[in-house]
Design a protein. Sequence first.
Length: 263
Amino acid sequence: MPAAELIKLVEGLRAPYGLERSVKIAPGVLLDDRCLITIHRAALGKLPADKLAEMGRELDIPASFADRLAVALEGADIVHFGHEGGPGFEVRKIYFEYASQARRAMASGAPVLVHLAYKWVPRRSDGAAVTRYLWAPCRTRLDIEAKLRALLPASGAPRALRCALSLLSRVAALADSGELRMMEVEEPGNPRRSLDLNVYDAELRLGQIADLIETTMRDFAVPQSRALTVFGPAGELALGHLSAGIGRDGEEFVTIYYGIEAH
């Protein structure tokens, strides 16, 4: 199912949705056939679990995941549908966001699960993973920097760490205000260990971090011509968040999310 078909499936709900693009950078590779589609739980109608199960079947969700959707939906305010495509593969994703619960926990300073995601490669038994996105209190830039260095050790993820620290330096005021949200990302049963920095509130444009993107591309040995093709037309779009670390395949990566649009 290409990204366009996933968007069409969501549009069938006849409800507002958000569309966010992203680009994943890995050794020698840049993947830009990626998107995240966001809906409010109310968009699923009066029987949300049933509707979500129906959409899951359309997306060839594994039976082991299909059985968990109704429970995961409990307490969720927002649902995200993800698409990731590349040479010879396609990944589908359903994220549950527990926004109200998370805000209450954040106000008290307690660590909390913000997102729970189910990700799979259709018709492949070895292509499934459950991802947990956990917020832990980091009140200052120094707190966040210490967490970055712990999650992304220079010995195992030097390029991801360098990129994340560089971005952190550009949003220092937001970080010191306590408003920069960072989540730890884990997938039990595989090497995935990464983080997600949400910098929408810094109101940066992709063009303002062009040098950071160029350096990261060079670090990962991605041809600059490829970077210009993908990022060049997007310079005025809002920078959203950065995901960086070690993926489930054991490879170091950086993913840049940007340009969320309301539909």
